[in-house]
Ligand binder design. Structure first.
Ligand SMILES: Nc1ncnc2c1ncn2[C@@H]1O[C@H](COP(=O)(O)OP(=O)(O)OP(=O)(O)O)[C@@H](O)[C@H]1O
Ligand SMILES: [Mg+2]
Length: 213
């Protein structure tokens, strides 16, 4: 569960991108975040994903206010409660695809083996068919996007933040990504998706439009 109350943010020496924003994504809910390019969708996901601190307001994760937490406590919440799908996938080219997907093990201080079965299941469900030792430099852009999704979901997070996860995918692959996000929500996750994609918006429970906030 993720709740933002009166959230505001501005980059240094820049105008406020959003302010006084109230946004709640309940467990099981899938919410679309829309708005023109450059409006602040990715930034809002970074703020709600605890990667940037808000300039105003409060983010609450699973009932726990994050305002008072130090960087180590925020990192713990990110590793144990949250899954983030980056707009550009952001895979580590020096590691195999499977190592990328099981990266959460490192942040949780658990063996990678704990996450291998789930990682393989997610790669299969999202239609990424790769040999075991494949590297991110050897996959297509669309495959990289789905690998990034698998990495976000492998730890069964209670909050999933996805930044244009269907951005460069064909119809079938986009459907597989949406199925993955919908399955996470059915499992009880709160899912927030920044998107321009009408195929995504129509499958969300509702949409929050930054252009109207
Ligand atoms: N690190 C940064 N420092 C200063 N300004 C930034 C930084 N990152 C982004 N911006 C600016 O903040 C604004 C919002 O960017 P953001 O990436 O959040 O938009 P977006 O809605 O995700 O756009 P898109 O749909 O193109 O992905 C833009 O004007 C951008 O130039
Ligand atoms: Mg963006």
């Amino acid at each position: 569960m993720i709740v933002g109350d009166g959230v505001g943010f501005a980059y240094p020496d820049s105008a406020e991108l959003f302010g006084g924003l109230d946004l709640k994504v309940a467990p099981g809910e899938v919410v679309a975040l829309t708005g023109a390019s450059g409006r602040g969708k990715s930034t809002l996901l970074y703020v709600f994903g605890l990667l940037l601190r808000p300039g105003a307001g409060r983010i609450t994760i699973d009932g726990r206010s994050t305002t008072e937490l130090d960087d180590a406590e925020l990192s713990w919440l990110r590793a144990n409660r949250m899954g983030f799908v980056f707009q550009d996938a952001a895979l580590d080219p020096t590691r195999t695809v499977l190592d990328n997907v099981t990266e959460v093990a490192v942040y949780r201080g658990q063996p990678r083996a704990t996450f291998i079965d789930r990682a393989q299941e997610l790669l299969e469900q999202t239609g990424v068919q790769l040999r075991a030792g494949a590297r991110p430099t050897q996959v297509s852009g669309g495959q990289a996007a789905r690998i990034g999704l698998c990495r976000a979901l492998v730890g069964d997070p209670s909050v999933v933040l996805a930044d244009e996860p269907t951005g460069n995918l064909d119809l079938v692959s986009a459907g597989q990504v949406l199925d993955g996000l919908a399955a996470a929500a059915r499992g009880g996750a709160s899912v927030l998706i920044a998107t321009h994609d009408p195929r995504v918006i129509e499958r969300c429970h509702h949409a929050v439009d930054l252009d109207r906030s």
